[in-house]
Design a protein around this ligand. Structure first.
Ligand SMILES: Cc1cc2nc3c(=O)[nH]c(=O)nc-3n(C[C@H](O)[C@H](O)[C@H](O)COP(=O)(O)OP(=O)(O)OC[C@H]3O[C@@H](n4cnc5c(N)ncnc54)[C@H](O)[C@@H]3O)c2cc1C
Length: 645
């Protein structure tokens, strides 16, 4: 039982962000004077730490698209946080500690044990391994919190709403009607589902009337694809990570096997697979992860860095991503790519870096003069970086038949794999590194109030982050090799660019701009996550936050544009929820992808001063400061540095 004098906090959502916040709460708890006891209620229907996405109960075939050496839940020397840094193992270090017997986990699973035995820093771990790491991290965070004098109570339920109590307290109502009366609430709800958009609702109805299968945007791992019969044509709209998961589940997941073959890997069907027709706007899968290493050290940034970003922000009245920032990032990408090519592989170019670099400095990234200079200095077509072609490689290509589309897309994927794995193409890693740093450096001004409304709604979120994911956050290379094998085996067919789907007669029909051919199918899958939108979220606790006016959706407007980002407005300083009347909610905070705070949609990489760690720490300290303020003699209760509000 909780003593009445305790201060209570409800964390709604115990995925990686919810428990990351708990770890920061534990690290900062000693700043509260003894005598203030904090009890945390951790609410999530899924296991704490792993939550919904990373729960252990899912296919062992599904993987992270990050390497084991690139994932950590712990702050480190690079973290610029006010609270104490608390070192701990990255995913690969944790696995090494398991192997040496330093740590143990309460899971005995044959496949997991085999994975732990063979994992390297360059391996792409399964989601189940990440699940075990997150569960261990959570036990660690709870123990740290307890040893600092706090207590954690886990509630395996969904929260449906939060009510205001007359004394300022907050009442969290759970889906079993249980009520938790707490002082403060942190929403860490992650990615939610959404009610179908108009086109999806029409397809749902059309599928119902004609006994077809239709899956609107959803979490692929959760979707019931068992209803799709073997041999059935399935149109798959989307070629990102959700599509890769779907392909895995409908092929290997149905008993097929990848075996060594003359072209690397071949597919042996089980006979239970459907026939998959994959298409999207670009018509090609995301670029694979890179396995080469840099030959030259990373160059000093020339066109875009954190300092340049800050100068830009200071010198402009308004900031447009397309107009002001993208040309700088594009120039920086070319700089990073060609620096590695010219200095790491002088045998692949006809001139020196010293002579070539001035062209990059003088001409815009997309100018014909620069293109001509590149053509003259870089003989092999595969070594030339054209940012437009990199983004839309099928643009302008018209094939006479669907068969010809297969040749074009397969050849494109083979080239991509070569560019991303062959040592002589390590310039691609130069490009990746520049892009990654551009993402981090843009983070320094991403919260600026100077962005135009259009940049906030269209260019920064869906535009830039989608571009980043397409280039830098695609699947492991072996997934693309498997896609090629499935294509040769006739299980996967590529539809081409600008894929369109219509409901015709009693079937779905797909066409594309790459070929006149049309495919009819009785099954359609929209392979992507639902768009983030507070107004259409299927998450009851989020909807009630909006409906009650205690929270509000971020609407941005300027003289020529008004739009909604679909995100929950939070205060930049401490992620406090902003109410419908514009005031900061006195008792509620929110973190994660559904909020207006700058967001990087991935786990933290070690030693990169991750945005999520900084936000977790800032909000944990703001929450504890509030805890102190709620106590009888607030001034004496908080011994940390002052908190920005
Ligand atoms: C399908 C998918 C795959 C991804 N793969 C990768 C990857 O490979 N590598 C990478 O770096 N990043 C990946 N990401 C990015 C992802 O954003 C982060 O890895 C991370 O999961 C985000 O953590 P979170 O806690 O904010 O959200 P989530 O992981 O979504 O956790 C939120 C939690 O809130 C709970 N919740 C929601 N509503 C309620 C409620 N009403 N009451 C109680 N609890 C609630 C949910 O059950 C869930 O457990 C992926 C994201 C998705 C969606």
């Amino acid at each position: 039982m909780t003593a009445p004098a305790d201060t209570t906090i409800a964390i709604l959502g115990a995925g990686p962000r919810g428990v990351g916040f708990l770890e920061r709460l534990a690290a900062n708890l000693p700043y509260l004077a003894p005598g203030v006891r904090v009890v945390v209620h951790l609410v999530d229907p899924h296991p704490p730490g792993a939550g919904r996405i990373w729960r252990f109960a899912q296919s062992p075939l599904l993987k992270l698209n990050s390497m084991a050496g690139d994932v950590t839940m712990f702050t480190d020397v690079a973290s610029t946080i006010d609270g104490p840094v608390a070192h701990g193992p990255s995913l690969i270090e944790w696995v090494e500690a398991l192997r040496s017997g330093e740590f143990t986990i309460p899971v005995d699973d044959e496949l997991l044990n085999a994975e732990i035995a063979g994992l390297t820093a360059q391996s792409f771990p399964t989601r189940r391994l990440q699940s075990a790491y997150l569960a261990w991290f959570t036990r660690h965070a709870i123990a740290e919190f307890a040893s600092a004098g706090g207590e954690v109570v886990v509630h395996p339920r969904s929260a449906v709403r939060v009510d205001e109590l007359a004394d300022g307290g907050q009442r969290v109502v759970l889906d079993n009607d249980e009520r938790l009366d707490v002082d403060l609430v942190l929403y860490a709800l992650g990615h939610s589902g959404a009610t179908p958009e108009p086109e999806h609702a029409e397809f749902v109805e059309f599928a119902r009337q004609n006994s077809l299968f239709y899956l609107p945007p959803a979490f692929t791992a959760d979707a019931d694809t068992g209803l799709i019969p073997a041999g059935e044509n399935v149109i798959v709209r989307g070629l990102g990570l959700a599509a890769i998961d779907l392909v895995v589940l409908l092929t290997e997941g149905r008993g097929g096997r990848f075996v060594p073959g003359p072209e690397g890997v071949d597919y042996q069907p089980s006979g239970h697979e459907p026939r998959l027709f994959l298409g999207s706007r670009r018509g090609i899968p995301y670029h694979s992860k890179i396995s080469s290493t840099l030959h030259a050290p990373r160059p000093e940034p020339r066109f875009f860095s954190a300092a340049i970003a800050r100068d830009l922000e200071n010198s402009r009245e308004s900031l447009s991503f397309r107009r002001d920032v993208w040309p700088l990032i594009a120039a920086e990408l070319l700089w990073g790519y060609y620096f590695e090519l010219f200095t790491g592989h002088p045998d692949r170019v006809t001139t020196s870096w010293k002579k070539f670099a001035p062209f990059l400095e003088r001409y815009r990234f997309d100018s014909p003069r620069l293109r001509a200079a590149i053509t003259a200095a870089v003989p092999d077509r595969l070594d030339r970086l054209d940012l437009d072609a990199l983004d839309r490689p099928l643009d302008g290509i018209r094939c006479a038949s669907l068969d010809e589309v297969q040749q074009v897309v397969r050849s494109y994927i083979r080239d991509d794999l070569t560019q991303r794995s062959a040592p002589e193409h390590s310039a691609t890693l130069g490009l990746f590194t520049s892009l990654l740093y551009a993402l981090f450096d843009l983070g320094t001004i991403i919260g600026s109030p100077k962005w135009t409304a259009r940049s906030r709604v269209e260019e920064l979120g869906s535009g830039w982050l989608n571009y980043f994911s397409f280039i830098a956050s695609g699947p492991p290379a072996h997934r693309l090799e498997e896609l090629l094998a499935l294509s040769r085996a006739g299980i996967v067919t590529f539809l081409g660019a600008d894929t369109r789907v219509r409901a015709v007669g009693d079937r779905f029909e797909a066409s594309s701009a790459s070929t006149p051919g049309v495919i009819a199918a009785r099954a359609l899958v929209d392979a992507r996550l639902p768009r983030t939108s507070l107004a259409t979220s299927d998450n009851a606790v989020l909807r009630s936050l909006l409906d009650s006016g205690a929270g509000s959706e971020e609407i941005v407007r300027d003289s020529d544009y008004t739009g909604s980002t679909g995100l929950l407005r939070v205060a930049p300083a401490d992620s406090r929820v902003i109410q419908a009347d514009g005031s900061r909610h006195p008792r509620r905070f929110a973190i994660g992808p559904f909020t207006s705070a700058p967001f990087v949609g991935a786990f933290a990489r070690p030693r990169t001063n991750a945005v999520s760690f900084r936000e977790n720490d800032r909000v944990a300290r703001a929450v504890l400061f509030e805890v102190a303020a709620l106590s009888p003699s607030p001034a004496s209760r908080w011994s940390g540095s002052s908190i920005e509000r």
